[in-house]
Design a protein around this ligand. Structure first.
Ligand code: FES
Length: 117
């Protein structure tokens, strides 16, 4: 694999309605991944920036979830309208968007402890 400056993984996992953990892509349309991909292309950031579809990143209750490597920046509750800003501020500008960050203390916690947050 090439050395990407930013490798953006977008959770596109879908679960059946009513699943207790919910999911990041309830309609299965992968719209968030498509938006990242389009924004990367629009700004001519390839091939050093890449947006890929990911399966469940195990932060379901905090999703839709996106993680950017190698920086290890975890964003939760990501909406389509956040995509341009993430590319502009984080990928190009190198700034973390605080209000989208999943706090480290909530990562990799038992799912039940994240409920309702
Ligand atoms: S379904 Fe997206 S993190 Fe689990």
């Amino acid at each position: 694999m090439g050395a990407f400056t930013h490798h953006i993984f977008v959770c596109c996992n879908r679960r059946e309605p009513g699943n207790c953990r919910g999911c990041c892509d309830p309609d299965g349309g992968e719209a968030l991944r498509a938006a990242f991909k389009a924004e990367v292309k629009k700004r001519n950031l390839g091939p050093l920036v890449r947006a890929n579809k990911a399966g469940c990143l195990d932060q379901c209750e905090l999703g839709p979830t996106v993680v950017i490597y190698p920086q290890g920046i975890w964003y939760g509750g990501v909406r389509l309208e956040d995509v341009s800003r993430i590319i502009e501020e984080t990928v190009i500008g190198g700034r973390v968007i605080d209000e989208l960050v999943i706090p480290p203390e909530k990562l990799n916690c038992p799912p039940a402890s994240r409920k309702g947050e």
